[in-house]
Write a new protein. Structure first.
Length: 147
């Protein structure tokens, strides 16, 4: 039995698509081998910026000694916060609840104070001397005494 005209046309189209697909595949393979890798290379200059030009080898490189590199934070004097005495003024104090706030004279920073950390009873507007230590919600005043 003879093939119909439509069937022959479909087979021709399929064969044509196969040829086009094979041609595209060959074109991709040739592009990969054409050396496009050089276009994708990036370099880092002496300032840490990404550039597309290779570094200049004629420039003199700076010599750095390994001993000069500091990896950690330099140690400072460890003065305990309790030994540091500050002066300030009681800005608020609630006798019923037993807490208040002291404003530092120099830094104008406000510190929480509880009556358990007071050596003497204090009231608002008293000038006091105190130390500070970390508390639950920040620094708090300790060893508070009137001046």
């Amino acid at each position: 039995m003879a093939d119909s005209f439509g069937k022959k046309q479909k087979e021709k189209k399929k064969a044509q698509k196969r040829k086009e697909k094979l041609a595209r595949k060959e074109a991709r393979k040739s592009e990969e081998k054409s050396g496009k890798l050089d276009d994708m290379i990036a370099y880092v200059d002496e300032f840490g910026n990404i550039v597309d030009t290779p570094p200049d080898e004629t420039k003199k490189k700076e010599e750095i000694k390994a001993e000069d590199i500091e990896v950690a934070i330099p140690k400072s004097e460890n003065v305990p916060l309790e030994d540091l005495l500050l002066e300030g003024k009681v800005t608020f104090f609630n006798d019923d609840k037993g807490y208040g706030f002291i404003k530092d004279r120099d830094s104008q920073e406000s510190y929480f104070v509880h009556m358990n950390n007071c050596l003497q009873p204090i009231v608002e507007n008293d000038r006091v001397e105190f130390g500070i230590e970390p508390g639950q919600k920040g620094m708090q005043a300790v060893n508070v005494k009137k001046v």
